[in-house]
Design a protein around this ligand. Structure first.
Ligand SMILES: O=c1ccn([C@@H]2O[C@H](COP(=O)(O)OP(=O)(O)O[C@H]3O[C@H](CO)[C@@H](O)[C@H](O)[C@H]3O)[C@@H](O)[C@H]2O)c(=O)[nH]1
Ligand SMILES: [Mg+2]
Length: 240
């Protein structure tokens, strides 16, 4: 279980990861403007372990998700406070250092920011191919050593269209227990704290559609892709 504390929210004026811009343009004679972020493209990898017939996912604390949950809780609490005229869950409590667990805290529990995802990474090394970047992420995050040539490209898509427009390329990697060389967990030097999670093949579709399990679209799409393309090979019967 994560322990998240000393939370402080500040304006982001300079970043290695994103840059906000506003573009003005004319579309069919109408003057318009749009605010967007420039960010890195990314790769993601659906990993299937043929020894255990499980998908290998990662689970990690996502500050952006956590802050959305915080906004939601803040709105609910202040609506409740208005009704009962008690308590104050305003932003004045930002920066408090108690663990974000107690129910009286304005902060949701840390688990509110934890999501299930495909192994994924930013395309931030210009000298490496997408396959090579994906290979490194599989090794660092999940502990499987597979050659880049064994990564099968599934497809690519815009991972966001309103705010970033960045592209994600998705790969499929079949691994076995023999390829497992470490516990994974991410790059400690980068402060990554990643939990490797196995989802058994026969539970995948139920997992994908269970809204109580916070996850990315990539997980849902790739499980369906596997169901449509690989099911005969692994003789699975799933109810979609
Ligand atoms: O504000 C930031 C952003 C990134 N980092 C660092 O950069 C690393 C980025 O990790 P990486 O594994 O390269 O990327 P992910 O965070 O896993 O993001 C990928 O995976 C996400 C989930 O699929 C997608 O949404 C993203 O588009 C995709 O880039 C993090 O661990 C941090 O070390 C920071 O410290 N601060
Ligand atoms: Mg990652």
């Amino acid at each position: 279980m994560e322990e998240i504390n000393n939370i402080e929210v500040v304006p982001c004026t300079e970043s290695n990861y994103l840059k906000p811009f506003r573009v003005h343009y004319n579309q069919n004679g109408t003057k318009k403007s749009w605010d967007f972020m420039r960010t890195h493209d990314s790769v993601s990898v659906l990993i299937f372990n043929t020894t255990s017939h499980c998908f290998i996912l990662v689970k990690q604390f996502r500050p952006a998700v956590y802050m959305c949950e915080w906004e939601k809780k803040k709105t609910k609490t202040s609506q409740g406070a208005e009704k009962t005229e008690e308590g104050d869950a305003s932003e004045s409590q930002e920066g408090q250092s108690a663990p974000a667990e107690a129910s009286s805290s304005p902060w949701p529990p840390a688990s509110a920011g934890v999501t299930y995802e495909l192994c994924a990474g930013l395309v931030d090394k210009p000298d490496l191919s997408l396959e090579e970047i994906a290979r490194q992420e599989v090794l660092e995050e999940c502990g499987y050593d597979v050659p880049a040539s064994k990564l099968k490209r599934i497809t690519s898509y815009r991972s966001g269209v309103g705010v970033t427009g960045s592209k994600q390329t998705m790969f499929y990697a079949e691994v076995s227990d023999d390829n497992c060389v470490s516990a994974g967990g991410g790059e400690p030097g980068e402060g990554e704290l990643i939990e490797v999670v196995k989802v058994p093949l026969h539970e995948a579709m139920t997992f994908a559609y269970d809204e109580r399990i916070p996850k990315t679209m990539g997980v849902i799409f790739s499980f369906i892709w596997f169901h449509n393309n690989m099911s005969p090979k692994y003789k699975i019967s799933t109810n979609v």
